[in-house]
Write a protein that binds this ligand. Structure first.
Ligand code: DOR
Ligand code: ZN
Ligand code: ZN
Length: 430
């Protein structure tokens, strides 16, 4: 007999089905009951594939006082995510074979959901050696390096792609270093009000970096992924390059989507993130969502004490794993969003862009990763209840309708009505 049957599952675009699961995989999807050791009646609630967050900062190792793989993946499970891809800016950075292997080991010990790792690409002599470890992508912070250094890295990466079977993906934090430095110095010298941060890293810095990235995509035939696109103009530039046939994709975050720079007045430095929240006029909004490829939360936790510093010293970053799904389900309830967009932006596309096999779809043969949602459940976002160590959010107090109620990882329940159950996450590129 098989391990598990999920009975009466409402699958988006279809009727109610039973899902049969054995050894952590979906083995059958049928209209009638499937005999199994254990049966869970989903009672007609909507069952989505487990969400994939391609952009998280788990802070492990080195900054585990902010977050670690246990607390960060508990937050993921609570938010409906069964896979997270971790960024390399830990201590040490994930930019050598040694630190990369070490982070896989830490992740396999502590993660409650599956995980992949982005590799830092700022260590030229390590890039070729890192490739066989299958990083989700090579990540570059364009705001930290000048053009010559970046060009050298892009060249190394493009040569790598030619000798490697798997496509190489480059994730870019697209803000231009020179513009950021110039404007930050000006704003720092005259203003300490949190809102000054918006102009310290202006939209121009992002749009210039995005234009440079597009030129690279045109020249070098690399798969370029632009993280946290914050302005309409950047998104349109990327969309156009994509329509012109270049290999470029984009990500938007929940905070850039739902919030604008006026939130600096309400939440001060807790709103600080890079790139900063934009004005109502320049920002992306929910109507632009069809132009982008994925939603990544850029879950970037810090401590309250750190976030309480002045605007120039407080670190940038907002935790996002536990808020995005309720926010999007609320928009669906309001008629502004669809389940198909959740499937595209948080399941299918992240799996495709970052080469994650066996995830992102409810199909026979796929991993049995699911999130079950209750579209009638209402609540108020309360950061004190987060499983993340970062108990703050600019979405604090938002009313939501629609919440994840159960998360299943390879056939095992990892979250049930907000309660986290221990499991062992695996490195997704084994
Ligand atoms: O807001 C941000 N926080 N943007 C980044 O690029 C880095 C991140 C972090 O690591 O805290
Ligand atoms: Zn970034
Ligand atoms: Zn980030």
């Amino acid at each position: 007999m098989i391990d598990l049957c999920l009975l009466n599952c409402k699958i988006v675009g279809n009727n109610e089905y039973s899902i049969g699961i054995n050894n952590g995989k979906i083995i059958s999807i049928k209209r009638n009951t499937i005999q199994a050791e254990k049966t869970i009646d989903i009672k007609g609630k909507i069952v989505l594939p487990g969400l994939i967050d391609a952009h998280v900062h788990m802070r492990d190792p080195g900054f585990t006082y902010k977050e670690d793989f246990s607390s960060g993946t508990a937050a993921a499970a609570a938010g409906g995510f069964t896979t997270v891809l971790d960024m390399p800016n830990t201590k040490p950075q994930t930019n050598t074979v040694k630190t990369f292997k070490n982070k896989i080991r830490i992740g396999e010990n502590k993660c409650l959901v599956d995980f992949g790792l982005h590799a830092g690409a700022d260590n030229p002599e390590q890039i070729k050696k890192l490739a066989p470890l299958k990083p989700s992508s090579f990540k570059i912070f364009m705001d930290l390096f000048d053009d010559n250094f970046l060009m050298n890295i892009f060249n190394i990466l493009s040569n790598l792609e030619k000798i490697n079977d798997n496509k190489t993906v480059i994730s870019l934090h697209a803000e231009d270093k020179e513009i950021v430095n110039q404007y930050t110095n000006i704003m720092k010298s005259k203003n300490s009000d949190p809102i000054a941060y918006v102009n310290a890293r202006p939209a121009l810095a992002e749009e210039v970096a995005v234009s440079k990235a597009i030129e690279i995509a045109k020249k070098l035939d690399l798969n370029i992924h632009i993280c946290h696109v914050s302005t309409k103009k950047s998104l349109n530039l990327i969309k156009k390059a994509k329509l012109d046939g270049y290999n470029i994709t984009s990500e938007v975050t929940p905070h850039h989507l739902f919030l604008d720079s006026s939130y600096f007045e309400k939440f001060g430095t807790f709103t600080k993130t890079n790139p900063p929240l934009r004005t109502k006029l320049s920002k992306i909004n929910i109507m632009d969502i069809y132009k982008t490829d994925i939603i990544g939360t850029d879950h970037a936790p810090h401590t309250i004490t750190e976030k309480e510093k002045n605007i120039w010293d407080a670190p940038p970053g907002i935790p996002g794993l536990e808020t995005i799904l309720p926010l999007l389900l609320t928009e669906i309830n309001r008629g502004n969003f669809t389940f198909n967009e959740i499937l595209r932006l948080l399941c299918k596309n992240p799996a495709h862009i970052f080469n994650i096999k066996n995830k992102g779809f409810i199909q026979e043969g796929m991993d049995a990763d699911f999130v079950i949602v209750d579209m009638k459940k209402e609540g108020i976002i309360n950061p004190e209840k987060f499983h993340s160590k970062a108990h703050y959010s600019p979405f604090d107090g938002f009313k939501v309708k629609g919440m994840p109620i159960m998360t299943i990882l390879r056939g095992n329940i990892v979250m049930d009505q907000g309660k986290i159950l221990e499991d062992h996450g695996k490195y997704v590129y084994c």
